[in-house]
Structure formats: C-alpha cells, structure tokens
Design a protein around this ligand. Structure first.
Ligand code: BES
Ligand code: ZN
Length: 441
C-alpha cells in the first residue's frame, strides 16, 4: 500500500522537494527567526505529536507552522531546524509521555522509507499459525513458577542495578544472563548459548539462546526482551537504573520459558531463539543490529514476540497487545493463545504510537511481530526509567509476569511445532498425550 500523501503537497517527488527547497532558500529571508541556510533535519513522528507541535509556535521557532510533507498510518513526515530537535523531544515527552517520540533521518529518502514502512499493509504471515498442541502446551505451561521469575528480576535489579549499555556492569549483566541460560541448557548439546557483540555500536553484548529446529530448522521463531536499563537520560551513565520492570521482567519471562521448555525436553521442529537485546534504551541498538543481519542473511524469521514491561498490573486487562509495528495475523494468534490457555485473563489492543521497543527493529525488516505488554499504554508502570523501578514497586510479586511466561511457552510450542513429525527425543509422536508428562523434570 502506498502511503497517502498530504493534500498540501500532492506531488511529493524528489524534483518537487528540490524545487521546494529552492523556494525555501529564496524566500528564507521572510521567516523572522530562521536563517535560510541553517541545518534542517527530516523527521517522522506520530500525527498526534505533529499536531502538538503545530499548537506551539515556540518549540519550532521560526519554522511555524511545520509543513506536512506526507503522511501514512498516523505517521507524518516533516522537516525542522536541527537546533530545535532537543526542544521537540522535550515537548513530546511532556505532552505524550514518550521519550524521543520521533525518528530523525539523514536524508529525505530515508524519511520517505520510514513513512513507507509505517504505511506498509500487513504483509500477511509467512506461515499459518495453527493452534493444535493443547496437551503439550498445558503440560509445560503448568510448570511455570513465580519464584524463579521474581528471583531473576531481583538479581538483575539489585546486583546489576545499572545495566546502562555503556556501563561496565551493563556488560556483566549480559554475562550473568548468558550463564543463567547456559545452566538451563546443561545436558542439551544441541542448544547454543552465545554473547553477540555489536562492535562500533555498543560495548554491551546481546545474549542469544537457540534451540535448533529438528525438521524445519530454516524457519525461525524469536522471543525477545531487552537486557539494558536506563535512568537519568544518556548524559549520566552512572545514574542508578535498577530496571526491575523495564526490562528485567522481560528477561525473567524469557528465562522462565527457557527453564520450563528445556526441562520438559522441548525439541521444536522450527528453530526457536531467545534473545536478550543490548542497548534498547538508546535506540534499539542490539535488536537493530541483529534484525538487519538476519535480513541480510535472508533468514526466514516466521514469528517474533517481544516482552517489554511484564510485571506491573496497571490496567483492568491483563495484556495490552500493541497494534503498531506489529503483524495483525500474529497478534490475533496471540489473542487465541491467551483465550485458550489462560481463559480467565483479559487482553486489549493498545498502541505506543512510535517504535517503542525491539519489535520495531524486526518490523522494520519486514518480519511479523507481536508485543504483549503489562497494561494499556499510559497505564504502564510510571516508575520506569527512574531509580524507583525496583521489585518493591512491583510489590515483590511476579504474579503478573507469570502470565507472560505461560503465554511465551504457548507461543514457542504452538509455532515451534508444525505437526506431522516426531518431536521428542524419546520418540513420542506429536499429539500423543503422554510424551510431555513423562519428560518433565
Ligand atoms: N519499555 C519501554 C517502552 C514502553 C513504554 C513499552 C511504555 C510499553 C509502555 C522502552 O524500554 C523504552 O523506553 N523505549 C524508548 C524508545 C526507544 C527507541 C529508545 C521510549 O519509550 O522512549
Ligand atoms: Zn523497555
């Protein structure tokens, strides 16, 4: 689907823009406080944030009102003086409770590409997501416990209470997670646990645990969360950032899904990868590096699930499912997993309104994503990005996060197993009811 162009500029072509730029230069002297040759930056932002900027002449000094150069799916492309970017960021932060809240682009072409991506129709799904492994899911989901989830959140937020990507303890945290995941994989020589470094981007490595698929290894499922934390902004790396909810909760959920599936001798047909991403809080750095590399390698990722904020029960509904930068077919499948395996729980649809977490990195590469989060956007834990994002603020409870772990188990099993094949090391046929109970340790 082509993005809808603004009626104010029906012919958005490169020559048109060049002509416009020329006009801007020629007429520049008429604008009172902007110099004609001052640096400009293309940005894309939510239509609501764009409207906010239009209401406030002070923010975009001398360039008011802003020109809408094109829009698509609630995303607007515009151009602002580079010197006001920080003011725009602050304005969006206070008005919409988003940090950042816009994407800056080096060229018009990159801005246009971002707009195209925002408007891209759901690309459908690369495989059929079929819910047909009820006995296996139930068996494993019943093994999910709150205690190990709480323990992981407590360790990360207390012992690694600053996981800022550039801080040495941010790297120690990656190693700690790698070690914990390795301990779950003992006795499974097929499982690979590794640190993935991001040279030139951040010193913090991502952590990846992979269960290679038995019969469909080229089809990959990704379950992810970010392992870094932030508080006090990027200017003070020493600021204490416990990040118990954001996003030790997501890492704790992944860890529990890994613990339970490997203890149950889960041998999926498709490859299942669990990823703890580095440096999410400074621009989705780790996930962008990984998703870009997967696309470049032509890897067939058939489903991506992101856990970011899982432990604070802020809404009447249990899960807020993001509708932006996600795939509606996969998201619908996630609602079916909830309805089937946790039928007493409620979900709702909600939106960040911007690329708020690592799912956006995969979405940008054209992969299908879903993101269940702890609450409706805006009703989430307000202590995130502060020194108060601790397990105490979560009432020392992993009850809410455990719902996400059960969902993660269902996701890994239902998509990991396609059906028709032999799925257990001990030779039980898929669909048999006794295969999983006998292997639970
Ligand atoms: N956990 C947040 C995103 C989030 C916030 C999800 C509220 C659901 C509800 C994430 O870690 C974050 O802070 N993201 C940044 C953007 C990122 C591109 C740096 C943000 O929201 O400002
Ligand atoms: Zn987060």
């Amino acid at each position: 689907m082509k993005p809808k162009l603004s009626s104010a500029l029906p012919l958005l072509s490169l020559p048109g823009i060049l002509l416009l730029s020329l006009l801007t230069v020629v007429l520049g002297g008429l604008a009172p406080r902007a110099s004609a040759d001052e640096a400009q930056t293309w940005i894309t932002l939510g239509a609501d944030a764009f409207a906010t900027l239009q209401e406030d002449a002070d923010v975009t000094r001398g360039r008011h009102p802003l020109t809408n150069y094109g829009e698509s799916s609630d995303v607007v492309m515009t151009r602002v003086p580079t010197r006001v970017l920080a003011d725009i960021s602050a304005k969006i932060h206070t008005a919409h409770r988003r940090c950042g809240g816009f994407m800056a682009h080096r060229t018009l072409q990159q801005a246009q590409e971002a707009l195209d991506r925002a408007g891209a129709a759901d690309r459908g799904a690369p495989i059929a997501y079929i819910l047909d492994r009820q006995a296996q899911v139930q068996q494993l989901a019943d093994q999910v416990q709150e205690a190990p989830i709480l323990a992981t959140m407590a360790s990360l937020s207390n012992d690694f209470n600053n996981r800022y990507h550039a801080h040495p303890s941010g790297t120690s945290a990656s190693e700690w997670i790698r070690n914990r995941w390795q301990s779950y994989a003992l006795g499974r020589s097929d499982v690979i646990v590794e640190l993935v470094s991001h040279p030139g981007a951040t010193s913090q490595p991502s952590v990846v645990l992979t269960i290679p698929g038995t019969t469909l290894p080229d089809e990959v499922i990704v379950l992810g969360a970010h392992l870094d934390s932030i508080a006090g902004g990027t200017s003070n790396p020493d600021f204490l950032a416990p990040g118990a909810d954001d996003d030790a909760s997501g890492i704790a959920v992944l860890s529990e899904v890994i613990r339970v599936t490997l203890a149950g001798d889960f041998r999926p047909q498709r490859t299942v990868s669990f990823m703890g991403y580095a440096a999410e809080e400074v621009g989705l750095v780790g996930s962008q590096a990984i998703a870009t590399a997967y696309r470049a390698a032509g890897t067939n990722v058939v489903a991506v699930l992101q856990f970011d904020l899982a432990a604070f029960n802020g809404s009447t509904e249990d899960f807020g499912l993001l509708t932006d930068r996600t795939n509606s077919t996969l998201t619908t499948f996630v609602t079916e997993l909830i309805d089937t395996y946790q039928p007493t729980l409620l979900w709702t649809l909600t939106a960040c309104g911007y690329g708020c977490s690592d799912h956006a990195s995969w979405h940008a590469q054209g992969y299908p994503t879903a993101m269940p989060t702890e609450a409706r956007f805006g009703e989430h834990n307000q202590a995130i990005h502060t020194t108060s994002d601790t397990v105490a603020t979560l009432n020392n409870s992993a009850a809410h996060a455990a719902k996400f772990a059960r969902l993660g188990v269902a996701f890994a099993v239902e998509i990991g197993i396609d059906g028709g094949g032999e799925i257990f090391a001990n030779g039980f046929e898929e669909g048999s009811t006794n295969g999983w109970s006998s292997t639970t340790r």
